[in-house]
Design a protein around this ligand. Sequence first.
Ligand SMILES: O=C(O)C1=C[C@@H](OP(=O)(O)O)[C@@H](O)[C@H](O)C1
Ligand SMILES: C=C(OP(=O)(O)O)C(=O)O
Length: 431
Amino acid sequence: MQMNIGRCGKVSISCVAPASKSYTHRALIIAALADGESEIIGQLDADDTRMTARALMNLGVRLEWCRECIRVRGMGGHLTAPADDIDIQDSGTSMRLLTALSLLADGPVTLTGSKRMQERPLGPLIDALNAVGGNIRYLKKPGCPPVSIDGTFSGGDITIDGSISSQFISSLLIAAPYAAENTRIHLLGEPVSLPYIMMTIDSMQAFGAEVFVDDGLDGETIFSVSTNHHYQERRYTIEGDFSSASYWFALAAICGGFATVSGLNSHSAQGDRRLLDILRNIGCSITDNEDGITLTRDRNIPLRGIEVNMADCPDVVQTVCMVAAVADSPTRITGVHHLRMKESDRIAAIANGLTALGGNVSVEEDAITIHPTPLHGGVIHPENDHRTAMSFAVLGCYVGDVTILDAGCVTKSYPEFWEELRRIWQDAVSC
Ligand SMILES: O=C(O)C1=C[C@@H](OP(=O)(O)O)[C@@H](O)[C@H](O)C1
Ligand SMILES: C=C(OP(=O)(O)O)C(=O)O
């Protein structure tokens, strides 16, 4: 499927944010470990969250996926080893979060995924788990899925590199209440995507776990999890997703007009909430009231380039780059090395895509700079990366004559994206 995007003028957007992908994954997994039956309300129904649910069912969890909620029969920390491999396809969060948890199964578990997943790193998590009772083997390329997971999870002191993916730490944390002894996780290196660890802790605490965050003597961060507090059944509502909402805020920032998005928690632990501060610094105004969060951009006032570190919020880097491409001065974004290991190499995707539209991008080891230039139409190959497809579609509404190939890849996180964009586009001022 391909999408051809035409130019539109000022937009008037009112929409509801899709539910958070990250919170849906976490709630499913934690409810599956809990004692009793939980109800997850307002979940995200997308490829990745379905993948986590399916994997949990393969591990013996009984769940009922309804339109408005998911009912999960918790296994009290015990899982059943499946006879077949579990194929997680493209969902990095499912792969990483289910790795430590698989040590709670009553036999070996094999986790595999798509061709791209088999290139995404897993090594630091496997090293950490093998040091505390795991017997995990790589079945193809060392350091990557597929893996065969066997052994136990003793807990105790665990040291792990946090500079590649926060999902390794989230994986250890979520399984830790069921380790043999209390767990203390010591982070090495400059951690990336830290707010996702806080979202994990937030979800664990919501289901009754005891987790503490402390600073060690030499400034290291230590996460402590007690085995005395197992997860308990509950009703849990999923809040809106700031990463998905980012496309509508960016569309108003680029084309002018406003975007009001409801369903978002303005005090959320989601790091992508920072997008609003970034867009404010670029020249937009933001208000928050009972209708939702509104971004307004007056097209007579030019957007200005900024310098910003986005190590904490990798999933909105592409969104910010699209806005930066129409500003009146360059934007330099640092703290982005981990974007090379997502669904695609996102630094290359931004550079290639903008270049195809006449843009000028310079890339460093851990930074990307967008030098605004006049843009023209062109063809974008998202290489199966939903965020590339969605962010270039937004820029396409300003540039016009942009074709997004392989547009179906948005179902990973936002199946209704094209429908929503069509509705917004039709309501916009035509150019
Ligand atoms: O834990 C999570 O839910 C996620 C963590 C982030 O990954 P990294 O920690 O690998 O940067 C983010 O990019 C991903 O979309 C979701
Ligand atoms: C990186 C992402 O997801 P995951 O790591 O779960 O594949 C994403 O949604 O942008």
